[in-house]
Ligand binder design. Structure first.
Ligand SMILES: Nc1nc2c(ncn2[C@@H]2O[C@H](COP(=O)(O)OP(=O)(O)O)[C@@H](O)[C@H]2O)c(=O)[nH]1
Ligand SMILES: [Mg+2]
Length: 231
């Protein structure tokens, strides 16, 4: 090995070790208190903006509740919906803290979008709530935009991503349900999703590919969420 190669190898090893430590620390944090706080149908019901927030968004049925459960290591902290599109509220979860201590950060489960046959008034209400939250919430550190691995980026996802671009809220793109398709199809869809992400100013270039079912990509995303919240 040349000295350059040796140095590159040492750097890669140090990076892998740091990543491992970050994942372990994040898992530890999430193994502590995680509490559902409230459902806010309007912004005035949100808790005071005193700690960092990470928001989750995606089409109805994309696997948002399932991912929240996987990240927090709980079976049903976020209710896995049986009736898609029914929840039109911001669901707030406190992470860390406890007893008399404030939470370290909050997870915000945003109402799903793209549900079939929703009346225009419901869609308008959704847009108003989400847009106002994104634009005005000073403690919002990052948003995760979930994309179903089987479907890739749909028009409604593109609209969501544009809304985030316009609100200047940076976001991670997370593919869900990776176990549902063949590896070759997954790679092809991931390439297309990455291409779409590059067109959006507020999107991170790095794509997270996850399966809550198989535990794939969860530890890495958990560490990223903690870094976004507290880093
Ligand atoms: N195979 C598989 N199914 C999943 C995964 N994540 C979610 N699902 C299923 O997708 C459906 C919708 O999930 P849910 O979390 O309720 O979606 P939400 O509407 O976005 O909150 C449920 O039947 C889940 O069991 C996954 O990683 N793999
Ligand atoms: Mg849900």
């Amino acid at each position: 090995m040349t000295p350059e190669e040796e140095q590159a190898q040492a750097e890669a090893q140090a990076e892998a070790k740091a990543q491992q430590q970050a994942e372990r620390a994040a898992a530890k944090l999430f193994s502590g208190p995680v509490e559902f706080v409230l459902s806010a149908p309007q912004l005035k019901f949100l808790p005071d903006p005193t700690v960092p927030e990470i928001a989750f968004s995606g089409r109805s049925n994309v696997g948002k509740s399932t991912l929240l459960n996987a990240l927090t290591g709980r079976k049903s902290i976020a209710r896995i919906s049986v009736t898609p599109g029914r929840t039109q509220e911001l669901n707030i979860f406190d992470v860390g803290g406890g007893e008399d201590k404030p939470p370290q950060f909050r997870l915000v489960d945003m109402p799903g979008y793209g549900f079939a046959k929703a009346p225009l008034s419901v869609v308008d209400k959704w847009k108003k709530l989400v847009r106002t939250y994104l634009r005005g919430r000073v403690v919002l550190n990052r948003t995760l935009v979930l994309i179903d691995s089987r479907h890739g980026v749909k028009e409604v996802d593109r609209e969501m991503m544009t809304m985030l671009d316009e609100a200047a809220v940076s976001y991670r793109v997370v593919m869900t349900k990776a176990d549902k398709i063949k590896a070759s199809e997954l790679a092809a869809t991931a390439a297309k999703v990455e291409e779409e992400a590059r067109k959006h100013v507020a999107a991170f270039p790095h794509l997270h590919i996850t399966s809550a079912e198989k535990g794939m990509g969860i530890a890495e995303l958990r560490a990223a969420v903690v870094a976004d919240a507290l880093g």
